[in-house]
Design a protein around this ligand. Structure first.
Ligand code: FES
Ligand SMILES: [Fe+2]
Length: 403
């Protein structure tokens, strides 16, 4: 048991023994738990910081807060993206405020004006300081592990996570069908929600709430029809099939885009919802892909960036308007955020008692809470969704990863 966490093994047991239960209240409310998650789950895992396409030329850079510390992502003079800890080698000032972006061929620290190249090398210090810094090469920015994956920028702050292709093993077998790396960004929405990040993920993993919370979605999606999907690597989720005659998830069930080319039949009449690593939610539709990227700001506050991606051919249609997907999901997102904020207030109540999860509707929630409860209890964050399943569950997978 991780002694530093304010949860006992006894409290966590119902979530770890497969019976399926919400997590104890501190998991959703206590800053110590978020600090632990920042260290073990976010800094210790591969976290998505956004799309690579937003970096165009050498010196383009953005700063992000991940796992409680800052990373600066910069396009180098060789066109490669690199990550650095956002901490000046002089006295630690951030080179760019978290959430900020800048461009230009030199990175000047705002505190005492040390200057770095986009490749992270120290280029110079103010003249009055030069005698104190005899060897510039000793003061390069400290690198952070960064990989490009399907057009996304992924970073691992600790440097200890398994290689990304091992961490997400099996996922490309699905995503390759959707050509995500080639899809184009049409729109981005940002939301700040007064709820713990896990409540948002738990909400994402089930459509048990859809008939009550989402009247628009329930018109086009058969919330009873779908299968669970468990990755070999750290991804899992499930599908929800469309109702008869529905082309995609939109307010009237029609698509204003174009079908993703050569999509296998089993993806053409359903949405596949996947949690990828700790902070990325990938919703795969037959004609577009929606991405939610979560950043835990506080135990009761989460920043979410939502992207809508479409095939390049959709943009060639003279009347193409991504609103058919964007508006539908913006309405649905806001209904979800309202529900999650209500649950946050409920789990913070002294009357909160973790309740049992449905073994039919809430399979993904059970797996997610089990994944974290086991991590809290053992101090080890599993990077294989399959390891969370019993032999029996593994054998009964209805929608195994493509082979
Ligand atoms: S902290 Fe950056 S120049 Fe002093
Ligand atoms: Fe929902």
């Amino acid at each position: 048991m991780a002694r530093e966490l304010p949860m006992t093994a006894e409290q966590l047991h119902p979530s770890t023994n497969g019976s399926g239960q919400m997590l104890p209240a501190p998991a959703y409310t206590d800053p110590e738990v978020l600090a632990w998650e920042n260290d073990h789950v976010f800094a210790g895992g591969w976290v998505c910081i956004g799309r690579a396409g937003s970096f165009v030329k050498a010196g383009d850079r953005r700063a992000y807060q991940i796992g409680g510390e800052g990373v600066l992502v910069v396009m180098g003079t060789d066109g490669q993206l690199r990550g650095f800890f956002n901490s000046c080698r002089h006295r630690g000032h951030e080179l760019l405020p978290a959430g900020g972006e800048a461009s230009g061929s030199l990175i000047r620290c705002p505190y005492h004006a040390w200057v770095f190249t986009p490749d992270g090398d120290l280029r110079g210090v103010p003249p009055t300081h030069q005698g104190d810094v005899t060897d510039l090469t000793e003061h390069s920015l400290v690198p952070v592990s960064l990989e490009l994956w399907n057009g996304f920028v992924m970073v691992n702050m600790s440097g200890d996570a398994p290689p990304l292709d091992e961490y997400l093993v099996g996922l490309d077998d699905i995503l390759d069908h959707f050509g995500i790396g080639e899809l184009r960004l049409a729109e981005t929405h940002s939301y700040t929600i007064e709820a713990n990040w896990k409540l948002i993920v738990e909400n994402y993993h089930e459509c048990f709430h859809c008939p009550t919370v989402h009247p628009e979605l329930s018109l086009v999606s058969d919330t009873e029809a779908g299968v669970s999907v468990f990755g070999e690597g750290l991804f899992f989720g499930g599908t929800n099939d469309f109702r008869d005659g529905v082309e995609t998830m939109s307010l009237d069930g029609t698509s204003g885009g174009v079908p993703i080319a050569d999509l296998p039949q089993k993806y053409r009449h359903t949405t596949l919802y996947l949690q990828v690593g700790p902070n990325l939610l990938v919703s795969l539709h037959p004609d577009y892909v929606m991405i939610h990227r979560l950043i835990a700001l506080a135990p009761d506050r989460t920043f979410i960036e939502c992207h809508w991606l479409f095939p390049a051919e959709a943009f060639e249609k003279p009347d193409f308007d991504p609103a058919y997907a964007v508006d539908f999901w913006d309405i649905t997102n806001r209904q979800d955020w309202t529900a999650c904020e209500s649950v946050q207030r409920g789990v913070a109540s002294r009357g909160y008692r973790p309740g049992p999860l449905s073994s039919y509707h809430e399979v993904g929630v059970r797996l997610f809470t089990q994944w974290l409860a086991e991590a809290y209890a053992t101090g080890v964050v599993s990077t294989r969704a399959h390891d969370l399943l019993s032999e029996e569950q593994l054998a009964s997978l209805a929608f195994p990863v493509d082979t």
